[in-house]
Design a protein around this ligand. Structure first.
Ligand SMILES: [Zn+2]
Length: 118
């Protein structure tokens, strides 16, 4: 998002993740990536890469999945630069959630808004 422009207010479907859901999500991602690494250990010429994927990339992927505090549902928003529709994929992690406009290539960053003062 261009910092010179004011932010837009949008309504998108969001599921807030609690501590348990975040931990479970991180563990699932780590098991998936580490599992792929374990499978690669059995492949000749890739066994060293498999060990690196299993022992290093798996935990890193798990931490990145754990960091997401919310997941967004699929929706369509307008690009703030070219006003073309931008598709937000289902299960996009946030905050901030970032998508790129397919038309102009601008990055659209979605932040959690604060409640308006009453
Ligand atoms: Zn655009």
């Amino acid at each position: 998002m261009d910092s010179a422009k004011p932010g837009l207010v949008l309504t998108v479907p969001v599921t807030q993740l609690g501590p348990g859901a975040r931990a479970w999500r991180g563990l699932k991602r780590m098991a998936l990536v580490s599992g792929i690494g374990v499978v690669l250990v059995a492949v000749p010429l890739l066994h060293v890469c498999g060990a690196v994927v299993a022992l290093i990339a798996g935990p890193i992927a798990g931490v990145f999945a754990w960091r997401a505090r919310a997941v967004l549902g699929a929706c369509e928003i307008a690009c703030p630069k070219c006003s073309q529709p931008v598709l937000v994929p289902d299960q996009l992690p946030g905050w901030p959630a970032r998508v790129h406009c397919a038309k102009c290539g601008a990055m659209v960053e979605l932040q959690l808004g604060e409640a308006a003062p009453s």
